[in-house]
Write a protein of this length. Structure first.
Lengths: 432, 431
C-alpha cells in the first residue's frame, strides 16, 4: 500500500516541477462567490494565478483547453477547522496522532512543524474540491497554533500558506469530565442541582483564573521583550509566554472552542475584557446569542451536522444555526471539525442550505468566508483575477451529493484525483 | 429521559388514528416497488395500511388529505444499525459471549432521538447490542411509534436477531477498562476460538435437548417424563441460532475476519444474515454473496481506526455489483437523521443508479431484517410508513416535511415549527 502511495506522490511532485502552461477552462458555469455567477464563460489560469474570468475571454495561444460544457467551476473549498496533516488514524494508532500535546498549556505547539504531507487524508479531501484547510491542534486549555495549508505539496513547508493563523484554546466550561478510570467501577456521587452548579462555577472560575493569569503574564512577557529591543535586560527565555504574547495582545486571533450558549457568552465577555481577537469554534448554540456575536464582531467556525445540545431544543437547531448567524450578520464559516471527513464539507453546507441558509451564502461559508476570517482573502476564497488559481470543476452543484469533481487546480497546478480509495476501488471492483 | 417540549406538544396535536382514511396527493411518489416513480400520484391509506398507490386513485369522501404537491413521497427510511432508544449501556461487556441479554428489555421509548430520526424520515430501526463481545446480545427491531410504550414500538413481525462482533472492539485493542482484567480474546485468532468454542458447546447442548425431546415424544401419553437437561439461557440462544431461528448481524471490518466468520458459520451449519459495517466487504464481495449474507455499511466513514484504514466509499457499489443485498446504516443518532443523503453518496461513488441507491435505505434493509413484506416500499398491503420531502431526497436543499408511521403523522415540520412559538426558549432555533 505504502509503495503505491509514494508512486502517486512522485507523480504529484513531477506535476509541481513542471512549468505550468496557461490553461483555459471554457464553456463553464462559473461560481465566482465574490461576484455574480457567470452562466457560460471561461477561466484562464496563467502560472499560479487566475489571469482572466468572464463570458467573453480570449483563449491565449498555446493554452491547454478544458471544455467544461455543462459543468461548474468553483473556487477551491476551504475547511476552516481540521486536524488534517496532524492525524492519520484517530484511534488505536497513537503514533499517527499529533493533535494534542501533554499538559494543558501548549501555546508554543505549532501545527506546521508536524504536518505529514503524504497523509492519505489529503488526496481524499482534495478529490472533492478542497484546496486548503486550517490545520489546528486540539485539546487542553491552550492547544497551540494553527496553520492554513494547501492540499498539495511534498514537504511540510510546501503545504504551508500562512502561519500562525490563530491560537487555539478550549473555553473552560467547568463541567465535570468523565473519568474513565472510575466511571466503570464507582457509583457517581449523588449531588443536588445547586451543588452541581456551584461546583461547576468553582471549576470554571478556577480555570478562567488560570487562563487570565497566563494571558496577563504573556502580555508582561511581550512588554519585556519589547523593552529588551530598546536596550533593557532581556527576560529569561519562556517559550510558552513568547508564543502566547501576540494572542494576549489581541494581535493574533484566539479560536476558543465553546458550544453552549452560556459558555459562548462567557467567552465573548472574557475576550472583550482583554481585547482578544475572538473566533468561536464549535458554536453549537451560537444561534442563541447571534446578536451578541454580531455586536462584538466575533466570527464563528461551526459544523452543521450535529445533534442539538439539549433534548428540548428544536430538532433542527444545528442545521439552522448558520442561517440564524447569516440573518444576524455574524461572520461565520462552515467547517468539518474533522480530518477524515473533510471531503464532506460541501454537504455540511448543503444541510445548512436545506434549513434556511441561501445557496450563495452556503458556498461562501466554505470558500470566501473562512479566507476572510483567516486573513487570506486577498489570495484565495473566490474566483477573481490575480488570486491564486485554486479551483475545481464539478459536474453539477458541489453541494449535491451526486456531483462529481472532474478537475482540481492548486496554485495553477492540476492535481491528481487518485486517492487511496480510488486505487482500492480499481483493484477490487472487477474481482470475480 | 425527558422528552422534548416541542416534540411533546407536537405529539399532543397528533392523536393516534385507527380507522381512518388518509390520502397523500399530488406528489412525486418514489415507490421503490414495481410501480417505480409516479408523478402527481396518490398514496391511499386505510387503517395504517397502504390500500392504493397510483396516478388515478379515487380519494374517498371524508378522507384526510395531505397535499404533497411539489413534494417527494418515499417509503419510510429504515436504519439497519442503530443504538437509539437503548436505556443505559449498550454493551454487556463483562464476557465475550452474552447471547442471553436482550435489547428489547431496555427500550427507552422517550428517547428524543426517536423524534429527531422521524424528522429525518426514519420509521424503522434495528437496535443492536454494542460490539464489545464476540457474541453480543439480541437486537430489537423497532417501528418509531413515538408516544407508544416500548412494547408497542417493537416490530413484532421482525424475526429475532443477535449481534456478533469481530476485530478491534472485541479484542479491546484500543482501550482498557480500568479495574477490569484483560479479557479473552485479544487477537483475531482468539475471536475465532471464542466462536468455535461457544458453538461447540451449543451443539452439544442442542444434542442433549434433541435427545430429550425425542425421548419425551416416544413416551406413552401418561408416562412420567425423564428429568430435562438443565436450561441455560445463553446456550438456548445459540441453539436457536443453530436452528436458524435467530438472524445473525455481525459487526466486522476486515476481509480476513469476514472470511473467518463465513467458515465458522458453514462449519456449524448456520447463516450470517448481515455483515454490519463490513468496511472491507468489497474485497470479499463474492464470498459474502455466495454465503447469502447482506452487507450493511457506512457510506464513507474511514480512517477512524486501523481496521477502517482500507474503508472506501465504493464499498456499497462493489458489494451490490457482486450480488450482495446492501444497506447503508448510521450507527449514530446524528447520522440516522440524514440517511437519504448517505444513499445519494452511492450514486457519487460507484455510479449506483438513483433507484438502487434509495433502496439501500428502504427496501434493502427491510429485506435484511426480513420485514420487506411489511415495509420498505410504497406498495398495496404494506404498512403506511411514509416520508414526505420538500424536494428529491438526494437534492442539496431537500428537507423532510412529514413522516407517517402506520398512517399516523408523527412528524410534521409545519406543526413542529408552530409549537416552537409556545416554547420561548426554543424560538428562533429553526428556520
Amino acid at each position: 500500500m505504502r509503495r503505491t502511495a509514494y508512486a502517486a506522490v512522485c507523480c504529484a511532485s513531477l506535476a509541481l516541477d513542471a512549468a505550468a502552461a496557461d490553461t483555459v477552462i471554457k464553456n463553464a458555469r462559473i461560481v465566482t462567490v465574490s461576484g455574480t455567477v457567470i452562466e457560460r464563460g471561461s477561466v484562464v489560469i496563467s502560472g499560479a494565478k487566475i489571469a482572466a474570468i468572464g463570458a467573453d475571454v480570449a483563449t491565449p495561444a498555446g493554452a491547454t483547453v478544458i471544455d467544461a460544457t455543462g459543468k461548474t467551476v468553483y473556487p477551491g473549498l476551504i475547511d476552516g477547522l481540521t486536524t488534517i496533516g496532524l492525524v492519520e488514524i484517530g484511534q488505536g494508532a497513537a503514533g499517527t496522532v499529533d493533535t494534542t500535546e501533554t499538559g494543558d498549556v501548549n501555546p508554543h505547539a505549532k501545527a506546521w512543524v508536524a504536518l505529514q504531507p503524504h497523509s492519505d487524508l489529503i488526496p481524499v479531501a482534495r478529490a472533492n474540491g478542497l484546496t486548503a484547510v486550517l490545520s489546528a491542534p486540539a485539546g487542553g486549555l491552550i492547544s497551540g497554533q494553527s496553520a492554513l495549508i494547501r492540499l498539495a505539496g511534498s514537504t511540510p513547508d510546501a503545504l504551508v500558506v500562512k502561519t500562525p493563523i490563530a491560537m487555539h484554546m478550549v473555553f473552560p466550561t467547568g463541567r465535570p469530565v468523565v473519568d474513565f478510570a472510575t466511571a466503570f467501577t464507582q457509583e457517581p456521587e449523588l449531588k443536588t442541582l445547586e451543588e452541581r452548579l456551584r461546583e461547576r462555577k468553582r471549576n470554571q472560575d478556577k480555570e478562567l483564573g488560570r487562563l487570565k493569569n497566563l494571558l496577563e503574564e504573556a502580555k508582561a512577557y511581550g512588554a519585556a521583550l519589547d523593552a529588551a529591543k530598546t536596550g533593557k535586560a532581556a527576560p529569561k527565555p519562556d517559550l510558552p509566554m513568547e508564543a502566547l504574547a501576540p494572542a494576549a495582545r489581541g494581535e493574533l486571533p484566539v479560536v476558543l472552542r465553546a458550544d453552549a450558549e452560556d459558555d459562548i457568552r462567557a467567552a465573548v465577555k472574557f475576550a472583550d475584557e482583554r481585547g482578544l481577537k475572538l473566533v468561536i469554534a464549535g458554536g453549537l448554540e451560537a444561534w442563541r446569542c447571534a446578536e451578541l456575536l454580531k455586536q462584538k464582531n466575533v466570527a464563528v467556525l461551526t459544523n452543521v451536522e450535529r445533534l442539538p445540545r439539549k433534548d428540548s431544543d428544536p430538532y433542527d437547531a444545528p442545521y439552522a444555526n448558520p442561517a440564524a448567524l447569516y440573518k444576524a450578520g455574524v461572520r461565520f464559516a462552515i467547517v468539518s471539525d474533522d480530518a477524515s471527513q473533510v471531503r464532506n464539507l460541501p454537504f455540511e453546507a448543503a444541510m445548512a442550505r436545506a434549513y434556511g441558509l441561501p445557496a450563495d451564502a452556503a458556498i461562501r461559508a466554505i470558500t470566501l468566508s473562512p479566507a476572510e476570517i483567516f486573513g487570506v482573502a486577498a489570495r484565495m476564497g473566490s474566483l477573481e483575477v490575480g488570486k491564486d488559481a485554486n479551483l475545481f470543476v464539478a459536474t453539477g452543484d458541489i453541494m449535491d451529493h451526486r456531483s462529481q469533481v472532474t478537475q482540481v487546480f492548486i496554485d495553477g497546478v492540476p492535481q491528481s484525483l487518485e486517492t487511496r480509495h480510488t486505487r482500492l476501488y480499481e483493484e477490487f471492483k472487477g474481482r470475480p | 429521559m425527558k422528552r422534548s417540549l416541542i416534540a411533546a406538544l407536537t405529539f399532543a396535536l397528533t392523536p393516534w388514528l385507527s380507522a381512518q382514511t388518509t390520502a397523500i396527493t399530488g406528489g412525486t411518489i418514489i415507490t421503490v416497488g414495481a410501480q417505480g416513480v409516479i408523478e402527481k400520484g396518490t398514496v391511499l391509506i386505510r387503517d395504517g395500511k397502504i390500500v392504493a398507490v397510483g396516478k388515478d386513485v379515487q380519494v374517498p369522501a371524508g378522507a384526510v388529505v395531505i397535499d404533497a404537491s411539489g413534494r417527494y413521497v418515499i417509503p419510510g427510511i429504515i436504519d439497519a444499525h442503530s443504538h437509539t432508544a437503548v436505556d443505559g449501556s449498550v454493551n454487556e461487556g463483562s464476557d465475550s459471549v452474552t447471547a442471553e441479554v436482550r435489547v428489547r428489555d431496555v427500550i427507552d421509548n422517550g428517547d428524543i432521538n426517536i423524534y429527531r430520526e422521524l424528522a429525518g424520515g426514519v420509521t424503522t430501526i434495528n437496535v443492536l447490542h454494542g460490539s464489545a463481545n464476540t457474541i453480543g446480545g439480541q437486537n430489537a427491531v423497532l417501528k418509531l411509534r413515538w408516544g407508544k410504550s416500548p412494547e408497542e414500538m417493537v416490530f413484532k413481525e421482525a424475526p429475532k436477531g443477535i449481534k456478533f462482533a469481530l476485530g478491534e472492539n472485541v479484542k479491546r485493542s484500543n482501550f482498557t477498562i480500568p479495574g477490569q482484567q484483560r479479557r479473552y480474546p485479544a487477537t483475531r485468532m482468539g475471536v475465532e476460538v471464542v466462536l468455535r468454542d461457544a458453538f461447540s458447546e451449543a451443539r452439544a447442548y442442542k444434542a442433549e435437548w434433541d435427545a430429550y425431546d425425542k425421548a419425551v415424544k416416544a413416551l406413552p401419553a401418561k408416562a412420567d417424563k425423564p428429568a430435562a437437561p438443565r436450561r441455560n439461557l445463553r446456550m438456548e440462544t445459540l441453539k436457536e441460532i443453530l436452528e436458524g431461528k435467530i438472524d445473525v448481524h455481525a459487526h466486522c471490518y476486515r476481509a480476513d475476519e469476514i472470511l473467518m466468520l463465513i467458515r465458522v458459520a458453514d462449519e456449524f451449519g448456520f447463516k450470517i444474515r448481515t455483515f454490519q459495517h463490513v468496511l472491507e466487504g468489497y474485497k470479499v464481495a463474492t464470498e459474502i454473496a455466495k454465503h447469502g449474507a447482506g452487507g450493511s455499511t457506512f457510506s464513507d466513514w474511514w480512517a477512524y481506526k486501523m481496521e477502517a484504514h482500507d474503508a472506501i466509499p465504493y464499498n456499497a457499489a462493489i458489494m451490490a455489483s457482486h450480488g450482495v443485498v446492501v444497506s447503508l446504516n448510521s450507527d449514530s443518532n446524528e447520522l440516522a437523521r440524514r440517511l437519504y443523503w448517505e444513499a445519494a453518496k452511492a450514486v457519487k461513488y460507484g455510479n449506483v443508479s438513483e433507484a438502487e441507491a434509495l433502496k439501500m435505505v428502504t427496501l434493502n434493509p427491510a429485506i435484511q431484517l426480513r420485514v420487506d413484506k411489511r415495509v420498505g416500499s410504497l406498495e398495496v398491503g404494506k404498512d403506511a410508513d411514509v416520508a414526505i420531502f420538500s424536494a428529491h431526497p438526494f437534492a442539496p436543499d431537500t428537507r423532510v416535511e412529514m413522516t407517517l408511521v402506520d398512517g399516523n403523522v408523527l412528524f410534521d415540520r409545519a406543526k413542529d415549527k408552530g409549537s416552537r412559538e409556545k416554547v420561548p426558549a426554543a424560538a428562533g432555533g429553526g428556520q
